[in-house]
Structure formats: C-alpha cells, structure tokens
Design a protein around this ligand. Structure first.
Ligand SMILES: Cc1cc2nc3c(=O)[nH]c(=O)nc-3n(C[C@H](O)[C@H](O)[C@H](O)COP(=O)(O)O)c2cc1C
Length: 347
C-alpha cells in the first residue's frame, strides 16, 4: 500500500479535470519523485484508459486517478430553467451560439469510469465532493490502490476516516477549482488551509495532504510542519510546459494579477474559485441550475471562448496565490521545490 514517506518529493500534482492534466505532465511529476494526477470527472472510459496507458509508458512512478462523487440530481421546474437560461443569455455571446437545457443522465456512472482504473492500477484513487460506495472502497483496497478523499472541515474528515479511506486531502479556502464540500448548498466555514490543518491533525489518524495556495518549497515546508504528509499543488502547475491549460488561462495566470480570484456557481452550479472575469461578474447572484446540469448548460459558452482565445468567458480555475505560478518544465519546478524544501529543513 502507498506510503507518503516513499516520495522523493512530497508533492501531488493536483487532479485538474477539463484538459489541464496531460500524460507528459503526470509522468514528469512522477519521474521527479512526486505523484502525477488526472482529474477524470468528465472523461470517457476510453480516454481514461488511453491517458493512463500513455502515462505508464512514460513513467513507472506514482499516479493518481481522481473522480467526482456526483449526487443524484433532478431537473428543476421550467420557471427555474428559463431563469438560468436567461441569466446566461445576458452575456456577450456569439449570435449563433445555442444553449440548451440538458436531459438526464446528467453525469456518468462512476462504476463504469472506474473500469479502466481497475485495469491500470494507479497508486492512488481520489474523490472530490464526497465518499464513494463501500464496494468501490473495497475494490481499490483489494488491488492495493490507496484511496484519498477531499475534506474542507473536521466533520467531513471524520466521515472519511470512518469510511475507511487511506488518506485525506485537506482543501483550504485558498484552493483553485471546485470547493470539495460534501453538501453543495450546505454551510461552509471556509477555513484557510493552515487553520484546517490545525483542526484535522490532532483529531484524525490518517495521513493528510494539504491543498490550497501551496506554491513553492517554503509553503510545502510550512504545511508539513503543521502535520501534513505531502502537499497537493494545482495552480503552481498551470503554466508549466506540459500543462494542458488553454492559452488564455495561462495568459491570465501570468499577466492578470490585479484581477484576483472569485468564487462562482455560474459555470457548473457548484462553488468554484477562478480568476475574476466578465463571466463571473455577470453571473454574480444570478440563478443557476444544480451541479452538474449548469456545467453542461454552460459548456458551449466555454468551448466557444476557448476556440476564440477569449479568457473572459472561460472557467479560469486558479487558487488565490496564482501570481506566483511559474512557466517552467514540470521537472524543473519539482527540482526547485525539492531544493527549497531541503533548504528550509536545514535552516
Ligand atoms: C484548474 C483546476 C482544476 C481542478 N480540478 C479538480 C478536479 O478535477 N478534482 C479535484 O479533486 N480537485 C480539482 N481541483 C482542486 C485541486 O485538487 C486542489 O484542491 C487545488 O488545486 C489546490 O489549490 P491550488 O490550486 O492553489 O494549488 C482543481 C484545481 C484547479 C486549479
């Protein structure tokens, strides 16, 4: 079974669904002694199998396959559908762009997506938004795959521990992308990462991976001193040479530092953090459909914006520390952070 102390560099490159993770990125991180991840939430079984096979051809190192735990969802009434459509149509969109409310099924079946994982057996399997079924947990354990689940508060961490997971990904409010709360509309204390670690470390017996605005070796050192076994870093990899982030996403990360980040439900129906742009501003307080129906509904807007290199209408997921992201090969980033971590340890 996976042991964090085996890692030459205690870094999990974060799973980032939506094309950011690539085989060369995951392999470079794994070859540098970390864990290379894929966010497979919206992938097909064929794509999952192809990505894992392509990465395993480049590395014998540690890999992580990540999925969302989708909750059953029903289409709201026609009035709410019309309001959500009207909100999106107030955006400055191409005239020929067609928006349609999707019909069920609204998300893929987890059991089907996991078939290529059982075949390729990455070191880790992680989940966001909740705990998968006991059958899934047992299957992973039988194959020697370590299961990790995101927690944003102590109550979620305790549920994860009771469910028999192998580790917890503690997600601070600084983190880019979707907030991993179990309840999409529940209360959220919004704990910063260090406070979350201080709450979890004394009360949880599992290894804890720290996520949220960890950007360099000094940050990794800080979270490990607070008791983390490793750091999960997403935004820090968005501009590296092997990143699949769109050109506009990378340009905003590198140059649009005055904008800062904001949370929005406008893209997917769940709260997620990204660089403030025209879409987020226009969708503030506007009606949306539940996750992931809103995600499918807004899909054509994001796809067209990507084709037109329009950063104002893409989901530019990023953590609060995005101005610190560096455009280097992933191996160089890993080497630099490892050296910084060693220097902090010696100091
Ligand atoms: C572009 C992007 C996409 C993300 N997609 C996922 C995902 O598919 N699954 C997941 O568990 N976390 C996802 N996250 C959240 C990360 O796992 C992690 O919590 C976050 O990157 C940590 O904060 P940082 O971005 O400041 O490093 C995503 C983050 C970003 C920036």
């Amino acid at each position: 079974m996976f042991d964090f102390s085996q890692l030459q560099c205690p870094v999990i490159q974060a799973p980032m669904a939506g094309g950011v993770n690539t085989p060369p990125l995951a392999a470079a991180v794994a070859n540098a002694g970390g864990v290379g991840s894929f966010g497979f939430a919206y992938s097909s079984p064929e794509k999952i199998s192809a990505d894992l096979a392509a990465t395993q051809a480049l590395t014998a190192g540690h890999l992580n396959a990540n999925f969302f735990v989708f909750q059953p969802v029903a289409l709201p009434d026609v009035e709410r559908q019309t309001a959500a459509l009207a909100a999106l149509r107030t955006l400055d969109l191409p005239e020929d762009l067609v928006l349609r409310v999707p019909q069920a099924p609204f998300y893929p079946e987890l059991e089907t997506l996991l078939l290529p994982v059982w075949q390729h057996r990455p070191a880790m399997l992680t989940f966001h938004f909740g705990i998968p079924s006991a059958v899934v947990m047992q299957h992973a354990k039988a194959l020697g795959i370590a299961v990790g689940i995101t927690a944003t508060c102590l109550a979620e961490a305790k549920q994860i521990e009771a469910a028999g997971a192998d580790f917890i990904v503690a997600q601070g409010i600084e983190a880019g992308g979707h907030r991993g709360t179990f309840e999409p509309d529940g209360a959220d204390d919004g704990l910063p990462l260090d406070d979350l670690l201080r709450a979890l470390v004394p009360s949880i017996c599992l290894p804890i991976v720290a996520a949220g605005a960890v950007m360099d070796g000094a940050d990794i050192h800080r979270v490990m001193r607070l008791g983390a076994a490793a750091a999960q870093m997403g935004t820090a990899f968005l501009c590296c040479d092997e990143s699949g982030a769109s050109p506009a996403h990378q340009a905003f990360i590198r140059h649009e530092h005055a904008r800062g980040t904001a949370f929005t439900r406008g893209f997917s129906g769940r709260r997620a953090q990204g660089i403030a742009n025209a879409f987020i501003a226009a969708m503030q307080d506007q009606p949306t459909l539940p996750f992931p129906i809103q995600n499918t509904l807004s899909g054509p807007i994001r796809q067209r914006a990507t084709q037109r290199n329009d950063g104002e209408h893409q989901s530019l997921w990023a953590g609060t520390a995005y101005p610190k992201a560096q455009a280097l090969p992933a191996a160089s980033l890993m080497q630099r952070w490892g050296a910084e971590l060693q220097a902090c340890r010696r100091a």
